[in-house]
Design a binder for this molecule. Structure first.
Ligand code: SAM
Length: 233
């Protein structure tokens, strides 16, 4: 049987999973003493582990020495995604995490229908990033930041913003080999011209993704996939 991947805050000889993670391990995966797992800390390290004690609130492990694992892209990929209606961001966070996104920055834009995000919904997105990291074998956990406005953004060293009216396509983009990559996509109603100008001023070059208008939850994943595919990752 495939060994479950278990997230723990700290790897060491006696790591512990708590809270909702322990609940999931105990009630859903039904882990019990003697079961073997792979422990990961979401910061690039893994260790083989064996359950030593299990309850619904705490699962304890005996762990072997931690080892660094390399399943991450060589660059740090930040996806700037506008707040979207309903539960659409869940799919973006799930698939974006599988693709290697390091950080999701949620944007409150002029045309975003939701004007913010409650704590419970944000925590759920973080939980989805964790589940995607486990399922895909990722060694790092993607961050999901609190929503912010474009006025709160810092300039970026390399950025692209998906914009249907842009002249430039993804063909011929000189993707950096390392460092920070920033990719932005808009809400269902698109970015306003002033927002595109503001993002351009921060270092996001507008790009056209083709003659079809993609859904607001598809476009960010196309950008992330293009960045990783360009490096064969
Ligand atoms: N009418 C809107 C507009 O003109 O921007 C369409 C918005 S689209 C549903 C949502 C977001 O996906 C856009 O803000 C953009 O970031 C991205 N997008 C969708 N299709 C695109 C395309 N063909 N080229 C570039 N960006 C696209």
């Amino acid at each position: 049987m495939r060994r479950p991947r278990v997230f723990v805050e700290e790897l060491g000889e006696r790591p512990v999973a708590r809270g909702s993670e322990a609940h999931h391990l105990y009630h859903v995966l039904r882990l019990r003493p003697g079961d073997r797992v792979i422990l990961f800390d979401g910061r690039g390290r893994e260790a083989d582990g064996v359950v030593s004690e299990a309850s619904a609130t705490e699962v304890r492990f005996a762990a072997a020495a931690a080892r660094p694992v390399r399943r991450e892209p060589p660059f740090e990929l930040t996806l700037y995604v506008a707040l979207l209606k309903g539960d659409k961001l869940a799919g973006v966070v799930r698939a974006g995490s599988e693709l290697g996104v390091s950080r999701f920055v949620l944007l409150i834009t002029e045309r975003s229908v939701p004007r913010g995000m409650g704590r419970a919904k944000l925590e759920r997105l973080r939980r989805i990033a964790l589940e995607a990291a486990k399922q895909s074998g990722r060694s790092r956990l993607a961050e999901v930041s609190e929503p912010r406005t474009l006025d709160e953004l810092e300039p970026v060293p390399f950025g692209l913003v998906a914009h249907p009216a842009a002249a430039r396509t993804l063909e011929g983009v000189a993707w950096p080999e390392s460092g920070r990559l920033a990719l932005a996509s808009g809400p269902e109603g698109g970015f306003s011209p002033a927002e595109v100008e503001r993002l351009s001023g921060l270092g996001f070059a507008p790009v056209y993704l083709g003659p079809r208008i993609l859904r607001a939850e598809t476009a960010p994943l196309v950008l992330a996939a293009a960045a990783t595919a360009a490096r064969g990752l």
